[in-house]
Design a protein. Structure first.
Length: 219
């Protein structure tokens, strides 16, 4: 996909919701695509979708300079229009903070999903940068963590995330869409939303729910 095609697809997916996207994937026989419920948005009501840029790292002993040099290098690598997903292999430190969020936002990065913690959460929420994470802590990575893999396959919550995949995240959870299926899944999720609107209208008008399901094939 071209950058413009990715942008359009991300916008379409953000009009859907994670349940409809999952239903479309389940219909294709794909069920192992949902991250664990421990992931949560820093602020409610913010949906996030887009192509994945995945990073993996590890706890190390390093100088403050080396870790900050590598961290700022990581921020430089994330392309505009992407969703940064970080697998830090650590739950003791924060992997997103005020300056990092502001930097990524100014670059046009759509948001971040962290298999770990973040900090400076009040600022990030006020800035509007969309972050999903497992927790919060003031402890940062200086002197103790380095990124090792960039735009490479990672495993997050038991789900394999590959370069080219898309992600959809909202209040209900986070769903990974294989890159080769993203157009098909997006179109199908949009169809589900239209059908669900018809089912809802029928029920509100007094139709039996089972009859509405039989008529429209969706509930």
């Amino acid at each position: 996909m071209t950058p413009e095609e990715k942008r359009i697809c991300a916008h379409r997916l953000e009009q859907c919701y994670s349940g409809a996207v999952y239903d479309a994937l389940r219909e294709k026989g794909i069920r192992d695509c949902v991250l664990p419920p421990e992931f949560a948005p820093l602020a409610s009501g913010r949906r996030l979708a887009g192509p994945v840029y995945a990073v993996e790292g590890e706890r190390v002993t390093a100088s403050d300079h080396e870790t900050l040099l590598e961290w700022t290098g990581l921020l430089s690598k994330v392309p505009s229009g992407a969703v940064l997903m970080i697998q830090p292999n650590d739950m003791e430190q924060a992997y997103m903070g005020e300056l990092s969020a502001e930097t990524l936002s100014l670059k046009g990065v759509r948001g971040a999903i962290i298999d770990g913690n973040c900090r400076d959460t009040d600022f990030i929420v006020r800035s509007g940068f969309r972050v999903f994470a497992k927790g919060k802590t003031p402890r940062d990575v200086v002197g103790t963590w380095l990124p090792r893999k960039f735009d490479a396959p990672i495993i997050m919550g038991g789900v394999t995330v590959n370069p080219g995949d898309f992600v959809v995240a909202d209040e209900d959870g986070i769903v990974i869409i294989p890159g080769g299926l993203v157009e098909e899944i997006t179109t199908r999720a949009e169809e589900f939303l239209r059908t669900e609107s018809l089912v809802r209208k029928a029920i509100l008008e007094g139709e039996d729910p089972q009859q509405a399901y039989i008529k429209y094939g969706k509930f």
